[in-house]
Design a protein around this ligand. Structure first.
Ligand SMILES: *Cc1c(COP(=O)(O)O)cnc(C)c1O
Length: 377
């Protein structure tokens, strides 16, 4: 077991989840919906502080339906940060709208708000229809909503918050997932909590919640004979998986604490290393989802990829930060406003093992391996 591979952010699931899943199975409510889904939704809505929550079978599905509920469709654009996971942009394309990429703030990786403001003004001058802005709370740090929300309100553009990585984070006393017209969480296996696969849409707007719930259940009208007036989707979360989610949610604060411990280790190890800093350091509301170091090769005398190779040799997983969307082959030709910040982070950033399931011995192995690398440089 000492040489098992150390992963970035593996699922952290144990006896409590087992108990909840077994109870759900024994209750007879296996699939699809049931009381565990209802309870998971209301517990999450309470935790995040929204009036409504709709559980889905992925975060991507929640983004897709959130956009549809906001009216996204052909002949419209949706503003998306270029530094994000593919799902944010994919959901836009599913609706028939086109993504429009905006670069990031180099100090946090979150959308560059000045650039967002310029972009919305430009799109308005060009008479373009903007269905939504999707700020992403990158690596578990809320985007700058104090500035984003008024800018979008002024432009008359709704905000769909992609908080897939940010459950448990907060900003200005408000929880991630509660900003904008609606917010989206992911319970994929590598996220803060997992249902093995799942997501949720959170909103204070009952019309949005009802629309998403309806579209997620094949747009079935409330009659016994399967009547449909819209094209729907099979996007709801199963009752057994919701039970796992409820167990995970009970453990969320403890899991955040374990990720914070990993962060503190990295902060200590790299504090005196020239040319290396931790991305987004000092945000009091973050959830520590993934720790990212940024390496200036001139100053450090080494590159992020050298440390990545050293750790890979020792069965320790790292990854570059998300490859920006405007560099993705699938998005060639998509409009973008760029400063180079996302490309620089892609070239110089490295995500380090951060999961709450990492044990003391994993932690010691990571510490030794990095120590070894730094002292031989
Ligand atoms: C994980 C993630 C998603 C998608 O969530 P799934 O549950 O995997 O579909 C969307 N956006 C971002 C930023 C993510 O990290």
């Amino acid at each position: 077991m000492t040489n098992d591979k150390i992963l970035l952010s593996p699922p952290d699931v144990g006896p409590l989840e087992e108990r909840y899943a077994i109870a759900a199975i024994r209750s007879g409510w296996v699939a699809p919906l049931g009381p565990e889904v209802d309870a998971f939704e209301s517990e999450m809505a309470r935790r995040v502080g929204t009036a409504h929550a709709v559980a889905t079978n992925s975060g991507t599905a929640a983004l897709h339906l959130g956009l549809l509920a906001l009216g996204a469709g052909p002949d419209q654009v949706v503003v998306v940060p270029t530094l994000t996971f593919a799902a944010t942009a994919n959901a836009v394309v599913y609706t028939g709208a086109r993504p429009f990429f905006v670069d990031c703030d180099p100090s946090t990786g979150n959308i560059d708000v000045g650039l967002l403001e310029e972009t919305l003004a430009r799109l308005r001058n060009e008479g373009r229809r903007v269905a939504a802005v999707i700020p992403v709370d990158m690596f578990g740090r809320c985007a700058d909503y104090e500035r984003i929300l008024p800018i979008c309100a002024e432009a008359g553009v709704p905000v769909l918050e992609d908080a897939a990585e940010a459950l448990g984070a907060a900003r200005g006393g408000r929880a991630a997932g509660s900003f904008g017209q609606a917010g989206v969480l992911s319970f994929n296996g590598n996220k803060m909590i997992t249902t093995s696969g799942g997501g949720m849409l959170l909103t204070d707007d009952a019309t949005i919640a009802d629309r998403v719930r309806y579209l997620a259940t094949q747009a079935r009208r409330p009659v016994p004979h399967y009547e449909h007036a819209d094209i729907g989707y099979n996007y709801r979360l199963s009752n057994v998986l919701a039970a796992i989610g409820r167990a995970q949610l009970r453990r969320l604060d403890a899991m955040i604490g374990r990720r914070r411990d990993m962060r503190e280790l990295y902060a200590k190890m790299f504090a005196a290393v020239p040319g290396v800093h931790l991305l987004g350091e000092g945000d009091p509301g973050e959830n520590y989802w993934l720790t990212v170091i940024v390496v200036d090769p001139e100053e450090a005398g080494w590159e992020a990829k050298h440390l990545a190779a050293h750790l890979a040799d020792r069965q320790i997983e790292t990854r570059p930060v998300w490859m920006p969307m405007h560099l993705q082959p699938v998005h060639v030709g998509v409009e973008a406003v760029l400063t180079g910040a996302a490309e620089r982070l892609f070239a110089t950033g490295l995500t380090l093992p951060s999961g709450s399931a990492l044990t003391e011995s994993h932690r010691a192995r990571v510490e030794h391996a990095i120590d070894d690398f730094l002292t031989t440089r």
